[in-house]
Design a protein around this ligand. Structure first.
Ligand SMILES: [Zn+2]
Length: 203
């Protein structure tokens, strides 16, 4: 998912060079302590129409080094895009893994994420990295409670969003691992709004 509108106070991490992000996420070690530079992988993002985006992604059975590497690649790819959320199928990997970094909530990855509870309805102006150049107005929940495994501890965590970007991102990214895109909630392709038509750009 990407930000359709500027959110006040958003950290704009996308402007930090991806290498710096990698080192920071590698445990905040000073550059000099890392003997070898990490292998950076910014992976092309699959676009709507690619069958991998329509698969029900498989559950992760063990959080091993390949899953941790996948998550690193997802962070690199998401920040490079730039976006505020990414699901593994978007880089061609049909596994249930998502990463999310919205303002005013620490960045997190979730393995085998699922929605526990949701309630209420609100309209959201949404964009997806797999549908570049467009946005669309859809109905999302007001309150969203999700759970999944924290890849750092292997333990289950619960994350709650309410009437915010976090709630929207949880639904958006968990939809991805179920083969759902936000455009599925639109009445048809004509409801997609080209980004160049955004009122704030026209004005
Ligand atoms: Zn998306």
């Amino acid at each position: 998912m990407y930000l359709v509108h500027e959110v006040p106070g958003h950290r704009r991490e996308a402007h930090i060079p991806t290498l710096a992000i990698h080192y920071r996420r590698a445990g905040r070690q000073p550059l000099s302590r890392l003997r070898e530079p990490p292998t950076l992988a910014i992976i092309p993002i699959r676009r709507a129409g690619d069958p991998v985006l329509r698969e029900k992604a498989r559950r992760v059975r063990a959080i091993d080094s390949s899953i941790l590497k996948l998550i690193e690649d997802m962070w690199e790819t998401m920040y490079d895009a730039p976006g505020v959320g990414l699901a593994a199928p978007q880089i061609g990997i049909p596994l249930r893994v998502v990463v999310i970094d919205v303002h005013d909530y620490p960045p997190f990855a979730l393995v085998n994420p699922e929605i526990v509870k949701r309630s209420g309805e609100r309209r959201c102006d949404e964009g997806c990295l797999s549908v570049p150049g467009f946005r669309g107005e859809i109905t999302r929940s007001v309150k969203v409670l999700a759970k999944g495994l924290d890849p750092k501890t292997g333990k289950e965590v619960r994350i709650k969003g309410e009437n915010d970007l976090l709630a929207e991102a949880l639904e958006h990214e968990i939809d991805h691992v179920n083969g759902i895109l936000y455009i599925d909630y639109l009445s048809g392709p004509e409801a997609l709004i080209p980004l160049s038509d955004a009122p704030e750009i026209k004005a």
